[in-house]
Write a protein that binds this ligand. Structure first.
Ligand code: URA
Length: 209
């Protein structure tokens, strides 16, 4: 059964206040999203397995701990998920990166897959799906469906801001997935924007509006 973790770390909340602010320009927005991605990844990876190894320090033999267990893969959902990827890779540079591209069908409003490229050994990896916004939940659900169809088994989902509607839908569809959120907002508006949210994450990251 997956859990929902909402971060209350002061640094994350501080940076998020600038990310939400409509006066924050593209350059600063992008830098802040990267930074929050990195801070979140620190917590999201807290339970990774370690193994004891013997090393030689300059003065003596010692036992130390190194990561063991499954290797990581980050999977940003295109395109806004790209905005969090570099920050995460700063923290875990050896991780592999897969991509899932989805567009929203203008009539059904459902997410439709148009691009999937994953590490070959995806079924053996611990996967962290990344998207700044969890709004209706349909992109996250569809992205995770795409991954599971290709054999992925160990999946976490991380986002900056979520609406309760999206969290509930994602939990219903994939109750094995742990969900990590920097802020749980109030609701969705009629156009499926998160309130208060930050506007369109893709447009703000890439300056397309
Ligand atoms: N996607 C966004 O970029 N913003 C929202 O508020 C909802 C979905």
């Amino acid at each position: 059964m997956g859990n929902v973790h909402v971060f209350d770390h002061p640094l994350i909340q501080h940076k998020l206040s600038y990310i939400r602010d409509s006066r924050t320009g593209t350059k600063e927005f992008r830098e802040l999203v990267d930074e929050v991605g990195m801070l979140m990844a620190y917590e999201v990876t807290r339970d990774l397995e370690l193994q004891e190894v013997e090393i030689n320090t300059p003065v003596t033999k010692a036992k130390a701990k190194r990561l063991s267990g499954k290797k990581l893969a980050f999977v940003p959902i295109l395109r806004a998920g790209l905005g969090m990827t570099q920050g995460i890779l700063n923290l875990v540079p050896a991780a592999r990166v897969g991509h899932v591209g989805l567009y929203r069908d203008p009539e059904t409003l459902e997410a439709v897959e148009y691009f999937v490229k994953l590490p070959q050994d995806i079924e053996e990896r611990e996967i962290i799906v990344v998207d700044p916004m969890l709004a209706t939940g349909s992109s996250a659900i569809e992205a995770i469906n795409s991954l599971k169809k290709r054999g992925a088994k160990h999946i976490r989902f991380m986002c900056l801001i979520a609406a309760p509607e999206g969290v509930n839908k994602l939990k219903e569809a994939h109750d094995d997935v742990n969900i990590f959120i920097a802020a749980l907002d109030e609701k969705l508006d009629d156009n499926a924007y998160i309130i208060p949210g930050l506007g369109d994450a893709g447009d703000r990251l890439f300056g397309t509006k």
